[in-house]
Design a protein. Sequence first.
Length: 213
Amino acid sequence: MNTMRITIFGASGAVGSRVVAEALSRGHDVTAVVRDPARLAHTPARVRAGDASDVEHVAALSAGQDVVISATRPAPGYEGELPITAKALLAGVARTGVRLLLVGGAAGLTVPEAGGLPLVETPDFPPTLRPIALACNEQLEVCRSATDADWTYLSPPALLEPGERTGVYRVGGDELLVDAHGRSAISMEDFAVALLDEAELPRHRGSRFTVAY
């Protein structure tokens, strides 16, 4: 695989930091974007200050890149920023023509065992997660309404936690993936693998996909 120029927003977060590590391990030229560069003082990536909700920042930091990955996540109480940030990201990359990979949410995936209900509407869905879940659904709708940007939206499974990198995962579309034991999960490390695989070999342009074990 040829070296790619990759800009990663939200690079200091739980998922974003693993995406940075995975991209660096593959030899890519990585620009890690955070609001406070001091949070990434020890990374070998190129660190830049930037705000994913600022169209000008997105356009400037995506210029000349091969792909932009956004792994930003709002703090509790600020979930409404998620679709606003998606609009800014899409507008910014539309100016530069660079592909955008967005880390989204699982709540909009349909659950076969629940008659095809979205995960967020199933009886056992935690009420405390409903605000971020609905914001993620809005984030996806913002993407789907974009006509001038090259985007891909990756939904995690129901459980996304730190763990091991195996490099093995399954790929789905709009349906929640579960294993033989009814578990829907993947490690953040393998989620980052899936993101970088999509960056290197795009298969889901203009659509949402999901991954799980």
